[in-house]
Write a protein of this length. Structure first.
Length: 218
């Protein structure tokens, strides 16, 4: 009986040892899986880090924390000195105490520079309008037709008192003459109303990253 008890005790200790190994392996596997998951989550977060001064779009009705709406607001240089070193007064401000963010409200951004066959554009330059009214100089060359007509003139003469010495006869007279030239005005047309130049658009929020990696020049 004593030998059986010792054998059973040894068996139980071996089982406990095996269970301990299995538990440790389970914990190690779980820890490895957690580390892998954290690494996978960290990669998108790192990829989403913004560059200071970067302008990005969002479908939300607000700009995320760490960014401000690109609405042209004035900011104090004392609080955003790093951002001021990037923007300067390109978008507004006095350059002494304030500077401005880009104002993209109702505007379409274009790349600065001089594209082939296009007008040059400088940073911060505002161009264009929503509507336009044509002037005479902008209309294509054209003519207007003016229709006119002429009729023969008749004249009859009778003596005073209606007394004829001889038989009355009709007499035809022909001649030529000139009519003084004069300007003739035609009727007006058109309403002189401005027409829209807007393209089909969708309004969303443009945001400026106020913090992040400071961009370096090449």
């Amino acid at each position: 009986m004593l030998a059986f008890a010792e054998t059973s005790a040894k068996l139980f200790r071996k089982l406990e040892y095996v269970e301990g190994i299995q538990m440790n392996m389970t914990r190690m596997i779980a820890a490895a899986g957690l580390a892998t998951s954290m690494a996978m989550l960290a990669q998108p977060a790192q990829a989403q880090e913004k560059m200071m001064g970067e302008i990005f779009m969002t479908g939300a009705n607000f700009c995320p924390r760490g960014s401000l709406n690109a609405d042209g607001r004035l900011l104090p240089i004392s609080e955003y000195s790093a951002m001021f070193s990037l923007f300067g007064t390109m978008y507004g401000g006095d350059g002494r105490t304030t500077f401005a963010l880009p104002d993209l409200r109702g505007r379409v951004p274009v790349n600065a520079g001089h594209g082939p066959g296009l007008s040059p554009r400088s940073m911060g330059q505002r161009v264009g309008s929503e509507s336009h009214t044509l002037t005479t100089a902008q209309m294509p060359a054209h003519t207007h037709m003016l229709d006119g007509s002429a009729t023969d003139g008749d004249a009859a003469e009778s003596p005073e008192g209606d007394v004829f010495v001889v038989e009355s006869r009709d007499a035809d007279a022909e001649g030529t003459g000139t009519v003084p030239s004069a300007a003739v005005a035609t009727g007006k047309t058109g309403g002189s109303q401005a027409f829209s130049k807007l393209n089909p658009s969708l309004a969303i929020n443009f945001c400026v990253a106020m913090y992040g990696t400071y961009p370096s020049r090449d």
